[in-house]
Design a protein around this ligand. Structure first.
Ligand code: SPD
Length: 363
């Protein structure tokens, strides 16, 4: 009896002092180029929990790992439209808010928007949000299209006349049909969320005309390629292009990269932290998510990756130049043209997969 009491007391002491967590590991699968350099070390120093951190650059890659079962991940970061259908498939566990005291730091408006993917915000927290637009090398584009050419439209990449003039300096597209097809539909004056076969065929026919001017489809390589002048235009994610701009500036090679949200509109997306139903260590997963919702941690991440987070309490620690950058925090008039993706039914998925293969391969 005496021994049992002592053991119980030790266990209680260990869990309150963090000793129990000393042996814990959290397995995190996140997007590449999406966290400040020091964040993981800080987390381990603060909690004693070791982080196994792996990265992807596509929701489809994440989804394939998740749907394969027993992924071994404790925290993953799907985008809202993927999260929504994955919740419906039952692959996430509800969050335990008692283990997330930093929940009170969250921006209610953003979490309200995110509840359209996850009713009641039961399974996920917004990690970062952003837009999909165009990154470009200002000098290379001006050299080819003229000093007075204003880059403000999807026509830069979807008009075959314009794209062909930029082909030699390199145009890259995200390898992501959920990004390219809706933007192409909007450029053609159609509903970017259309699942109508005739609309999608029209978008693909337009993409066929610019296909010869594209250098590659890839969803992360464009960061370094824009920064070092290997390519001059990329359809990419806001913060990734801005990281390319920062890298170019740091390198001092004279390459200047800019990001534009096209005037026709852009995809507004939310990447959400969630815990798989079969996560090996849900307690450590909650500790990790809670840490990411700390005001200083979230601000450091935003300052580093140039994506806005959903931690309202972090705003006072975010660099002024980040907070005041309209390409990172788009003003209301820009937001008026945004669209937000929704999951497709399986018929539409099959149709889009077939069409996208045609776009990618040019056949
Ligand atoms: N390098 C981080 C990029 C995150 C992009 N996630 C958004 C995907 C929207 N389809």
């Amino acid at each position: 009896m005496r021994t049992m009491l002592t053991t119980t007391a030790l266990v209680a002491l260990a869990s309150t002092t963090g000793l129990a967590q000393a042996q814990q590991v959290v397995n995190v699968y996140n997007w590449s180029d999406y966290i400040a350099e020091e964040t993981l070390e800080q987390f381990t120093a603060e909690t004693g929990i070791t982080v196994n951190y792996d990265v992807y650059d596509s929701n489809d890659t994440l989804e394939a790992r998740m749907l394969g079962g027993s992924s071994g991940f404790d925290v993953v970061v799907p985008t809202g439209n993927y999260l929504q259908r994955q919740i419906a498939a039952g692959i996430y566990q509800p969050l335990n808010r008692e283990l997330l005291p930093n929940w009170s730091n969250l921006d209610e408006h953003l979490m309200g928007l995110a509840s359209s993917f996850d009713e009641g915000n039961e399974h996920a927290v917004v990690y970062m949000w952003g837009t999909t637009g165009i990154g470009y090398n200002t000098a290379a584009v001006a050299e080819r299209l003229g000093e007075d050419y204003v880059v403000d439209s999807w026509s830069l990449v979807f008009d075959p006349e314009i794209a062909s003039q930029l082909a030699d300096c390199g145009i890259a597209f995200l390898d992501d049909h959920t990004e390219i097809l809706p933007a192409a539909l909007r450029y053609l004056g159609l509903d970017p969320l259309s699942t109508d076969e005739a609309d999608l065929e029209q978008a693909v026919a337009m993409l066929d005309t610019i296909r010869p001017s594209l250098r590659y489809f890839h969803s992360s390589q464009y960061i370094s390629d824009l920064a070092n002048g290997e390519i001059c235009v990329a359809v990419g994610w806001s913060g990734d292009v801005l990281q390319a701009a920062a890298r170019a500036e740091e390198a001092g090679t004279g390459v200047e990269v800019a990001y534009v949200i096209p005037k026709e509109g852009a995809n507004l997306w939310f990447d959400m932290m969630a815990i798989p139903a079969d996560a090996p260590n849900p307690e450590a997963a909650h500790a990790f998510i809670n840490f990411m919702m700390d005001a200083h941690v979230a601000a450091a991440n935003t300052n580093y990756v140039a994506y806005p987070n959903a931690v309202a309490a972090s705003n006072e620690f975010i660099d002024e130049e980040v907070l005041n950058d309209p390409t990172i925090y788009p003003p209301a008039e820009t937001q008026a043209n945004f669209w937000t993706l929704r999951p497709h039914d399986s018929r539409t998925d099959r149709l889009i997969t077939r069409l996208w293969t045609r776009v990618r391969t040019g056949q």
